[in-house]
Every structure is written in structure tokens, then in C-alpha cells.
Design a protein around this ligand. Structure first.
Ligand code: ZN
Length: 362
């Protein structure tokens, strides 16, 4: 399993469909259905919870439980205020970036379906060159082509409607995947591929495997906080994206150095259980899977923290996929890294024994 290609025509089709479907925080269920359809042949059953987290389970009767996890939600905006002239002001649903908003098309989700809009911006000719205003949360606005507030309401748009970007999956120069929401739709994709490979290679695990696609990560790890109480796992291996810090205007002295194409990124942080992380590193080395390291002070800022600090402490680790331009509509990852994260999770699972405590005192 070390060298052959993992992503095939069918998995790429799934990835494209899964990415192109919007899945804003709090509204993840249509995406979860696409994900569950793909995972279904490879698991024994599903758990779903009240807020939409979905878990494919292999060996549901086993007492010892291992989670592999990604998150299903994407950043978006909420309609917050409608002017008398029919323009919309927004607030964030997750870490949406005000700097990239002007001139973008948007999809506003309403009961009547999608209403199209654009983030407008004053023309270069009309701006005060001596004092250029950068885009900020309180000056970006959406125009849906309505003449006034009444027409906005007639179109089905109201305060609380969620707004996503329509940008679709594309491949850049053969091996770079580009889309909005690769953070963290790639995580759901990679854990789904692990489930597929376990099934196709007829691997029998000595424990229960919980392939977990959590909701609401972007607003504070909320879906993971909920589902870890339901599963009560012994081990959690989380995958999310991290920054490629080698593109312009990023300070490597503060952000560290990680790069797309150089392999999965293995985290050092208090929430990462050292013995579990060492197992992942040994696995990478023995299978010749390239990897990089990064360090986080205090929090990883990923669902790793939610699993680690639950149920009296769960041995947790984080394997990240390096990504360029996070929280923009052109997030970019390297296909080789995607395959290597899948490989590393897969091989690590085969390297975990039933009942292991990862205790520092054994
Ligand atoms: Zn994010």
C-alpha cells in the first residue's frame, strides 16, 4: 500500500460532488448525506446526532474504540442587516475573510432556494487615493439586485439567511486541488478513503473504528465536543488543514515552516498525546511516508483539542494536510499530500493494538 495511487476515478468524482455542495456551519446535513452514501459500503453502521455529525462505524460491538475524524462544515456569512436601499450587511459564521469579499459572487440560502448576489465595492475612480479604505466587516455589503428592502424580503432573503461562495472544484497543473472549503472537506474525504481501503484490502481491525465527520468546527469545535461524549473513544486521530507558510507575506519565524508537497504535518501540542504521536511518527518512518512537523502553543485550534480534553482525557493526535490560502475561495492542496495523509492514517490504524492505553507509566 506504500506506493500505489490511492485516489481513483470514483473517489475523485465523490470529492468533486462533496466539495461542490455547500455545507455551511449549522447546515451540514446535505453534505453529510453525500459523505454517508460514499462511506456506506465500507462500514457496518452509522451514528448520527441531533446537530448533524455523522459517524461510520466498523466493528460496532468492540469495547475499545478508535476515532479518525475530519470536519464537515465550511465558513460562511449570515445576513445581519438589510438597508432601506436593499443592500445586505453580514456577520461571520466561522472565520470568513473580509479582505477577499469585494467582487465575489455569493449564494444566499433561502427557503425558496438560492438567491444570487455580489459583494459590491466602490470603483477605483471614486475612491480617495490618499486614504484607501480596506475591506472590513462593517463596510462590505451584498447587492442582490433589489431596488429596496421590500424587494429583498419578497425575494425570500431575511436576517439569518446563510451565505456561501459558489466556487467549484478545479485542478491546477495536474496535481493541485483548488476549491473553497478544502478546509476541511478534504478531511472527510481522506477518512472516507481510509474506510474504503480497509474494506478493499480486507483488513480486520481488532477494535471499533469510528469514522467521524463532525459539524460546527469552524465556530469552536462544537460538533467534536458533542460526538466525543457519545462515542467515548479510547483514541482519536484527527485530520484538518494547516498553513503552507512558504507563500508571500507569511513570517516563518512566527508561523513555522510547512509546505504543500512535502507531506503530512504531524503536530506537537499539549493536547497531542506523546506516545500516540510517536506511534504515528514510527509508522511514517517505517513506511517511508514523508512528513513535516509543526508546533502549537496552548491549543491546536482543531477538533484534536475537543477529543483530548473530553471523557477524562482521550489519547489524541493531529495529522494535518498543508494548504495554501486558507479561508479564501482558492484554497490549494497537493494531491500527493492528500494520498500520504490517507496512507499515514491507514498504516497507523494497522499499528494500534486493541486495549492500548498509551500510558506514560507502563
Ligand atoms: Zn477553517
Amino acid at each position: 500500500m506504500s506506493k500505489e495511487k490511492i485516489i481513483n476515478k470514483k473517489s475523485l468524482e465523490f470529492l468533486e460532488k462533496y466539495l461542490n455542495n455547500p455545507s455551511p456551519t449549522g447546515y451540514e446535513w446535505e453534505g453529510q448525506k453525500i459523505w454517508m452514501d460514499y462511506v456506506k459500503p465500507h462500514v457496518d453502521e452509522f451514528i448520527t446526532d441531533t446537530y448533524g455529525t455523522a459517524v461510520g462505524v466498523i466493528n460496532p460491538k468492540a469495547k475499545y474504540k478508535v476515532v479518525i475524524e475530519g470536519h464537515s462544515d465550511e465558513i460562511s456569512w449570515y445576513v445581519n442587516y438589510i438597508t432601506d436601499e436593499g443592500l445586505l450587511y453580514v456577520i461571520r459564521n466561522g472565520g470568513s475573510d473580509h479582505q477577499i469579499a469585494p467582487s465575489k459572487w455569493v449564494d444566499i440560502h433561502t427557503k425558496k432556494g438560492i438567491v444570487k448576489g455580489v459583494f459590491g465595492w466602490p470603483a477605483i475612480h471614486t475612491r480617495n487615493k490618499a486614504k484607501e479604505e480596506p475591506p472590513k466587516l462593517d463596510n462590505i455589503f451584498i447587492d442582490i439586485g433589489a431596488k429596496d428592502k421590500k424587494e429583498v424580503e419578497k425575494m425570500g432573503v431575511h436576517v439569518g439567511c446563510v451565505i456561501t461562495y459558489p466556487d467549484q472544484f478545479q485542478i491546477l497543473n495536474k496535481d493541485k486541488f483548488v476549491c473553497r472549503a478544502l478546509d476541511n472537506r478534504m478531511g472527510g474525504f481522506m477518512i472516507a478513503e481510509v474506510a474504503r481501503l480497509l474494506k478493499e484490502n480486507k483488513k480486520e481491525l481488532p477494535f471499533g473504528l469510528y469514522i467521524t465527520n463532525s459539524v460546527q468546527e469552524e465556530i469552536g469545535l462544537r460538533g467534536a465536543e458533542m460526538i466525543t461524549q457519545t462515542i467515548k473513544p479510547n483514541v482519536a486521530i484527527v485530520t484538518d488543514v494547516c498553513h503552507d507558510t512558504t507563500t508571500p507575506m507569511i513570517n516563518k519565524k512566527t508561523e513555522g515552516e510547512t509546505k504543500i508537497g512535502d507531506g503530512p504535518v504531524i503536530s506537537y501540542a499539549p493536547a497531542v498525546q506523546n506516545k500516540l504521536r510517536e506511534r504515528i511518527l514510527e509508522t511514517a518512518e517505517s513506511h517511508k511516508i514523508p512528513f513535516q512537523r509543526n508546533a502549537s502553543s496552548r491549543y491546536t485550534g482543531t477538533d484534536t483539542d475537543a477529543f483530548a480534553y473530553s471523557n477524562g482525557g482521550v489519547a489524541s493526535a493531529l495529522i494535518s494536510l498543508p494548504l495554501r490560502y486558507m479561508h479564501t475561495t482558492v484554497e490549494t492542496v497537493h494531491k500527493d499530500d492528500v494520498e500520504n495523509v490517507i496512507r499515514l492514517i491507514y498504516e497507523t490504524l494497522l499499528n494500534i493494538k486493541e486495549g492500548e492505553t498509551f500510558s506514560y507509566f507502563d
